[in-house]
Design a protein around this ligand. Structure first.
Ligand SMILES: [Zn+2]
Length: 174
């Protein structure tokens, strides 16, 4: 027996070509899409595929979420390799670009993204400041906490990063 579906849904998934997209609002994990682990985004309304799990997020929402995450990362004193990679990609930099902008050698910039590495101290500050300067115009109020943290003092890295849970409506209202 076929389920009656909403006219907006039922489109074949462009990702797997098998599932039919369903449209529902709620909490979604955008971690895989962003190259991070576990990023629960609330109030996200986007079609998704029940077969392969693909979520079709608009460019506008993806940018909003990415900048919200970046703002949260810039407030932390230390960065995990996965976070360094996320910030570098957000700037559309290669590792060589990042090394050049921060005045370190390429091997060093590469090491920051290797497992077990952790960016601390002056290097962390330099990277976070650079990202801040590059994206501040785009991010606006989403970087307010980061600006304060960079000017005053950065909070110790929380056990659970703040960006693990984001709310699209809150980001929009910022
Ligand atoms: Zn699919």
């Amino acid at each position: 027996m076929k389920k009656k579906s909403d006219p907006q849904t039922g489109t074949i998934c462009p990702s797997c070509g098998k599932g039919k997209l369903t449209f529902k609002a709620g909490k979604r994990d955008l971690g895989p899409l962003l190259g991070l682990s576990e990023v629960t985004v609330e109030n996200l309304s986007a079609p998704s595929c029940p077969t392969c799990g693909a979520i079709l997020v608009s460019g506008e929402v993806l940018e909003l979420v990415s900048l919200g995450i970046a703002g949260s990362m810039l407030s932390q004193a230390e960065l995990e390799p996965i976070e360094v990679r996320f910030l570098r990609k957000l700037l559309e930099y290669t590792q060589a670009d990042l090394a050049e902008h921060l005045g370190v050698d390429r091997a060093t910039a590469n090491r920051w993204e290797q497992e077990g590495g952790r960016l601390t101290g002056a290097n962390s500050y330099a990277l976070r400041s650079h990202v801040f300067m590059q994206l501040r115009d785009k991010a606006g109020a989403l970087f307010a906490a980061a600006e304060k943290a960079l000017k005053e003092h950065s909070a110790p890295r929380p056990t659970v990063p703040a960006y693990r849970t984001l709310d699209v409506e809150r980001l929009r209202a910022a």
